[in-house]
Design a protein around this ligand. Structure first.
Ligand SMILES: [Zn+2]
Length: 92
């Protein structure tokens, strides 16, 4: 892992405010682990591995309306700077 990526991840983790576990659970249940962008753009309604993303790209904004379940491919393609170590935890 390059030094820049390591420092970006550390910064992202420091800036991230813990999402309320009840809000996190509601987002996961309501999405049924379907990626909102894959569904909207490709009508892909299959279950995905992914994580909850902040729509406004502000990790401190944990409002339910600001959160959406996104698949890993969508995250890497659209917001690679927001890839975090939480992915593994949320996909298990
Ligand atoms: Zn997707």
């Amino acid at each position: 892992m390059c030094a820049t990526l390591e420092s970006d991840i550390i910064w992202d983790m420091a800036a991230r405010k813990q999402v309320n576990p009840l809000v996190e659970a509601r987002v996961l249940i309501q999405s049924a682990r379907r990626c909102c962008l894959c569904f909207h753009l490709n009508h892909d309604f299959s279950e995905k591995e992914g994580q909850i993303g902040h729509l406004d790209h502000d990790p401190a904004n944990g409002d339910e309306d600001n959160l959406a379940f996104l698949c890993l491919l969508t995250i890497v393609c659209t917001i690679p700077e927001r890839v975090s170590t939480r992915t593994t935890k949320l996909t298990k």
